[in-house]
Design a protein around this ligand. Sequence first.
Ligand SMILES: Cc1cc2nc3c(=O)[nH]c(=O)nc-3n(C[C@H](O)[C@H](O)[C@H](O)COP(=O)(O)O)c2cc1C
Length: 270
Amino acid sequence: MNSSKLFEPRSLGGISVPNRLVVAPLTRTSAQADGIVGPMMTDYYTNFAKGGFGAIITEGTYTDQAYSQGYANQPGITSSVQQESWRPVVDAVKSNGAKFIMQLMHAGALSQFNAYNTETRAPSSVLPKGEQMSVYKGQGSYKTPGEISRPEIEQVIEGFVLSARRAKQAGFDGVEIHGANGYLLDQFLTDYTNNRTDAYGGSVASRVRLAKEIAIAVRQEVGPDFVVGIRISQGKVNDFDHKWTGGLSDAEIIFGALSGIGLDLSLIHI
Ligand SMILES: Cc1cc2nc3c(=O)[nH]c(=O)nc-3n(C[C@H](O)[C@H](O)[C@H](O)COP(=O)(O)O)c2cc1C
């Protein structure tokens, strides 16, 4: 097998990445209790850059001080203090030659810990399948979420937009919207967690609407010279085997909705 292409540079949106080796987003829960970058994080990310990876996507980072946080010791990007705490990590990664992309995440019903709220929110009040992950200090069933209201949906969108702006100000090269793995945007997309009868529920086109609106709003906020991507998946951290009910026809609608809206990167984790 010829792997030389892996080591060739490529462009991603407006930036040039030195090779095609990209570190996948990996939740580590090593931030401080208040969502500020912890001391282990700089070493962790810098080591990948020193090792020659062309780009690194951060762990899922929460986007607002309402319902987005998923895990204890998860980092956030919801205030200028959290924003500035990322700067030394960004500087260290970029001075070692890698591009750095922040993954923006809203946990929705799968939130196991939230410093700002005791309740959870999701498209519909449906108890999540499975159990909380003990590796992230969770225990037992998830909470039954409250149905998210339209004003709260607006807050979610604003959270992603402001977080993208903060990531740009902190020196990141781009953001990836976490639309995968069972978290809030995937809860909207998934038939059995979304029973809404408004514009965000019902058909697949309506269930992907929130992810699409967020992608459009983020792109508008950060302008053209900043990478904006989205990650979507069928499987979930609490339901590994889920498949889109409509199969290929659902895929066509989802990919169609997310194309032509200015995204540079779509990671499909089937
Ligand atoms: C400990 C752990 C944490 C993860 N955290 C995230 C995350 O924060 N965001 C995300 O999109 N995926 C996350 N993932 C999924 C990985 O990015 C990756 O897709 C998964 O490990 C499968 O890898 P593979 O596609 O090489 O099989 C995590 C996986 C693991 C094992």
